[in-house]
Write a protein that binds this ligand. Structure first.
Ligand code: R5P
Length: 294
C-alpha cells in the first residue's frame, strides 16, 4: 500500500510512512484564480492500493472537495483499492438534524466519500464513533485523546479530569481511569442560533487540585472557557486543556488563555501556534492493519 498525503495532513502521512516503511507520495496542488482546486498525484499506481491522508480543518469545504478529487485521481492513476485516513473530519458535529430542515452533514460527507469509491475509511477522533456507520464500507474510529491527556497530566499535581459537556464524559472518564484519577463533568447547552454556550450542571468542589479539561476538539473555545471559569470558581489550582483537534477559530486561543488556562495541548493532526503538540503518528500507525484486514 502506498501512503499519499492530499493537501492538509500536517505531516501525519509522512510520519506513518516513516514508521511503517510504506512507500510515500504527496499530491502537488494549486488553487486556480476562481478558487477551484487542482491536484496531481504525479505517478501511475499500477494497481497498488493507496491510502489517502487528509484533514479538513481550515477551509473544510475545499479540503473535502480535494478529498473527492484525490479519490478520482487515484483511480485515474490505476489504483487498486482506495482507502482514506481522515485526520480531522469536518462536519462531524452535525450528526443529526437538530431542527427541522437541516441536513445530517456528517452523513452527507461520509456517503460522498463512499460513493466516490473509497472502500475503507479511518477517522481520527470523529465527534462520535457511531456516526461512521453512515460510511457504507469498513470504517474505524481512532482515538488519540488519551495520548494528549497523558502528556498534559504528567505536568499536573493530583489532576482531576473534566469533561466540558455530557457528551464527552464517557471518553473523559475512561482517560481518568487510565490515569488513576477521578472525572467530573459539566452539562452545557448550546444556543443553536448564535452558537453560545450556557451551563446546566456545574462541577463539584475541586479546591486545590489541578484541572485537566479534555475534549475531542476546540473550535471557538467557548466550551473550554466555560469549563475553565467553572473550574476556577470551584477552586482549581492550575488548569490545562487537552484536545485531539485544535481548530481554534478567531480569538479562541486568546480567550482560552484569558480564562485562566495555562497550557493548551493538541495532537499533531492540527498544529496551531501557541499550543503544545503531541505526536500521535505512532498511535495511528499502529492501526494500519485495519486497511489490510478482510
Ligand atoms: C461538542 O460537542 C464538541 O465536543 C466540542 O465541545 C465543541 O465542538 C467545541 O466547540 P467550541 O470550542 O466552539 O465551544
Amino acid at each position: 500500500m502506498i501512503i499519499a498525503s492530499v493537501t492538509s495532513d500536517y505531516g501525519i502521512g509522512k510520519g506513518i510512512a516513516d514508521i511503517t516503511g510504506m512507500e510515500y507520495l504527496t499530491f502537488s496542488s494549486k488553487t486556480f484564480p476562481d478558487g477551484e482546486s487542482y491536484l496531481n498525484m504525479g505517478r501511475n499506481l499500477k494497481g497498488e492500493d493507496v491510502l489517502l491522508v487528509q484533514g479538513m480543518d481550515t477551509m473544510p469545504d475545499k479540503r473535502f472537495v480535494e478529498t473527492l478529487m484525490a479519490i478520482d485521481a487515484a483511480f485515474e492513476a490505476g489504483a487498486g483499492n482506495v482507502y482514506g485516513l481522515i485526520t480531522y473530519m469536518a462536519y462531524a458535529r452535525q450528526d443529526r438534524a437538530f431542527t427541522e430542515g437541516e441536513p445530517i452533514s456528517a452523513r452527507a460527507i461520509l456517503k460522498a466519500l463512499y460513493n466516490a469509491g473509497m472502500q475503507r475509511l479511518a477517522v481520527v477522533e470523529p465527534h462520535k464513533a457511531e456516526e461512521l456507520s453512515y460510511f457504507k464500507g469498513k470504517s474505524n474510529a481512532i482515538s488519540v485523546l488519551e495520548d494528549v491527556a497523558v502528556a498534559a497530566s504528567n505536568e499536573l499535581e493530583n489532576p482531576i479530569i473534566i469533561a466540558p459537556d455530557a457528551g464527552s464524559y464517557a471518553k473523559a472518564n475512561g482517560i481518568a481511569k487510565a490515569l488513576g484519577t477521578e472525572c467530573d463533568y459539566i452539562q452545557k447547552k448550546r444556543n443553536r442560533i448564535d452558537g453560545s454556550v450556557s451551563m446546566e450542571k456545574g462541577l463539584g468542589d475541586i479546591k486545590g487540585r489541578d484541572a485537566l479539561i479534555v475534549d475531542d476538539m476546540i473550535s471557538t473555545g467557548g466550551t473550554i472557557v466555560q469549563a475553565a471559569n467553572e473550574a476556577k470558581e470551584k477552586g482549581a489550582n492550575r488548569i490545562y486543556a487537552a484536545a485531539t483537534h485544535l481548530v481554534l477559530t478567531g480569538e479562541a486561543l486568546r480567550n482560552i488563555k484569558n480564562s485562566g488556562v495555562s497550557d493548551v495541548l493538541g495532537s499533531n493532526c492540527i498544529v496551531r501556534d501557541g499550543c503544545r503538540v503531541v505526536d500521535v503518528s505512532r498511535r495511528i500507525a499502529d492501526t494500519m492493519q485495519f486497511f489490510g484486514s478482510d
